[in-house]
Write a protein of this length. Structure first.
Length: 122
């Protein structure tokens, strides 16, 4: 393959292993959601397959743009579902349009919001 030692068909690309800090596995498994339950309108309690539980406030997100307009109705927000394999959660409106949020960003938001809560509570 033209002198590329990795055999990769993309010219200039070199595959290599990069160890994370402290030798951590760079291929860390992506978070997966096992359950999602509305706490109040716009707020979900999420449980991840690794046992982590968190609460994520999606109200600021719901206020943005037309894509989230359908979710502004509490009865629609309550229809949250965990998608196959837990890589995302979603809502499907009456027309079949799906809004989904990835488990990795939800996990990050849960952890960040928990840290902010700790700072506020003391």
């Amino acid at each position: 393959m033209g002198g590329n030692p990795t055999g990769c068909p993309f010219r200039g690309f070199r595959a290599h292993h990069v160890a994370g800090e402290g030798g951590a596995d760079p291929m860390k498994r992506l978070p997966r959601v096992s359950s999602a339950e509305p706490v109040i309108h716009g707020v979900l309690k999420l449980v991840f397959v690794d046992g982590y539980e968190g609460v994520v406030d999606l109200r600021p997100l719901l206020g943005k743009g037309k894509v989230f307009a359908w979710l502004r109705a509490p009865e629609n927000f309550r229809m949250v579902r965990v998608d196959e394999y837990g890589h995302s959660i979603s809502w499907i409106d009456d027309t079949g349009y799906s809004v989904d949020l990835g488990a990795d960003s939800l996990r990050r938001d849960c952890e960040r919001q928990a840290e902010i809560h700790k700072l506020m509570v003391g």
